[in-house]
Ligand binder design. Structure first.
Ligand code: PMP
Length: 441
């Protein structure tokens, strides 16, 4: 196929969706004025799709630390970690991450994406077996392509299915490395880590958990789902990103394993890309201090998550299985999702759209992410907009009594897994078909 043909094919596949409104791949904010507000084409937007869970992007101490680092060290390192790109700052940040988790050592990467690529591809080598959750993030899938290990998918959040796959591998030589996430970014559901840990122990496998969406969000100290489920000692490698609750950019892998540092000389995404600039490192370090000093941020985050989730559920929308800072509305198709996303934006609410092929089970989703920095007024305004636009598009009934009936008919989905003071595990089990989405492995 010629380059022209390829370009035409790409344009055709997106053309129909672009014709319905804005192009999600080239949206430009005029200004971002706070963690929760921006301007788009001169219009004020409530930001409800940023993964800025703790609102630290504008935190005064983080901003001051970043500015100070630029003054002292300049704007960039212009080199990779193994060339001229390791400063004392990088080492300090690695120590900070290791101390935060109470682990022996950490490696810092330039993004969460490269942290997954670098850690997974370096750890899982030829003759090993990588067992990944079917709903894994693209960076985990891409890491599998980069690794020489055999790749096996297990059903999403299904420890029994993982056990079956490990059982079959029992007599095979090589390391078995299980990869899962904390909170999953599409539906906001979280991994049954206790059960997964029991399985990995039974079969002598290693476990890596990507806490991208759960760092700063879950656990009494904000260390994530491993902390909350009390399985930190059994989780061999934790990967994370600085691009969500930490409010800047970068990624890491942290572990008690004495061999982690050895990966520095074989991990290509660590070796062959420029290291993080000083301002980013200073901001990230300061964010960890803020997480330590302000547990109330997590309380506020979970309070806001609950308000948004309950509000959308009461309107009659079909949501993901758990109350979570990622709130996904399930929609009947791509076109509706695109129309909904555009109409919300026209009415002043920015969310994320997620459509096949990047979603599990070919779901069409409108995803919101909530922040500790959202005010009650902002959430109430956003819910009013959801009600209006949802009714205009015939996604929910226009009147309250019908909405209540619909919400009741859909049944309670209340599972609250996170938050310090508000965690209340409740009765309804996660529905099987939601748990096992994208069960192709
Ligand atoms: N892992 C998961 C689960 C993610 O959701 C993301 C980002 N959406 C990443 C890794 C990559 O993180 P980063 O943006 O820092 O590259």
């Amino acid at each position: 196929m010629s380059l022209e043909d390829k370009v035409q094919k790409i344009q055709e596949s997106f053309g129909a969706l672009k014709a319905l409104g804005r192009d999600p791949t080239s949206l430009e904010f005029d200004r971002v004025t706070s963690p929760t507000e921006a301007e788009l084409d001169g219009k004020k937007m409530i930001l409800l799709g940023t993964n800025n869970y703790l609102g630290l992007t504008f935190d005064e101490s983080c901003v001051a630390a970043a500015k100070g680092a630029i003054d002292q060290y300049g704007t960039g390192t212009t080199g990779s970690r193994i060339a001229n790109g390791t400063y004392g700052l990088h080492k300090q940040l690695e120590q900070r991450v290791a101390d935060f988790y109470g682990k022996r050592s950490a490696m810092v990467y330039s993004t969460g994406y490269t942290a997954n690529l670098g850690s997974i591809a370096a750890l899982a080598q030829s003759g090993d077996q990588l067992l990944i959750d079917a709903d894994s993030h693209a960076s985990i899938y891409d890491a599998c392509r980069m690794s020489d290990a055999e790749v096996i998918r297990f059903r999403h959040n299904d420890p029994d299915n993982l056990a079956k796959k490990l059982e079959r591998l029992q007599d095979r030589p090589g390391d078995k490395i299980v990869v899962t996430e904390g909170i999953y970014s599409m539906l906001g559901d979280s991994a049954p880590l206790k059960e997964i840990v029991a399985v990995k122990k039974e079969y002598g496998a290693y476990l890596m958990v990507d806490e991208a969406h759960s760092l700063g969000v879950m656990g009494a100290k904000g260390r994530g789902l491993c902390e909350q489920d009390d399985v930190e000692a059994d989780c061999d490698f934790i990967v994370g990103t600085f691009s969500k609750s930490i409010g800047t950019v970068g990624g890491f892998c942290v572990s008690d394993h004495p061999g982690l540092d050895a990966l520095r000389s074989i991990s290509r995404p660590y070796m062959f890309t420029a290291s993080l600039p000083p301002a980013v490192i200073a901001a990230a370090q300061q964010s960890f201090d803020q997480i330590d000093a302000n547990p109330q941020l997590r309380d506020r985050l979970w309070r806001n998550a609950r308000i948004l989730f309950d509000g959308l559920e009461a309107l009659g929308f079909k949501l993901g299985p758990e109350v979570s800072p990622v709130v996904a509305i399930m929609l009947p198709g791509k076109e509706v999702a695109v129309r909904f996303w555009n109409a919300l934006m026209e009415a002043g609410v920015y969310t994320n759209i997620a459509i096949p092929p990047s979603t599990p089970n070919a779901l069409s989703l409108l995803r919101s992410s909530i922040s500790a920095a959202h005010t009650r007024d902002q959430i109430a305004t956003a819910l009013d907009v959801f009600a209006q636009v949802g009714a205009d598009l015939d996604l929910i009934p226009a009147n309250k009594a019908d909405r209540r009936r619909l919400a009741e008919a859909q049944g309670p989905l209340r599972i609250v897994t996170g938050g310090n003071t508000q965690a209340k595990p409740v009765q309804a089990p996660v529905q099987e078909e939601q748990r096992s989405s994208a069960a192709k492995g």
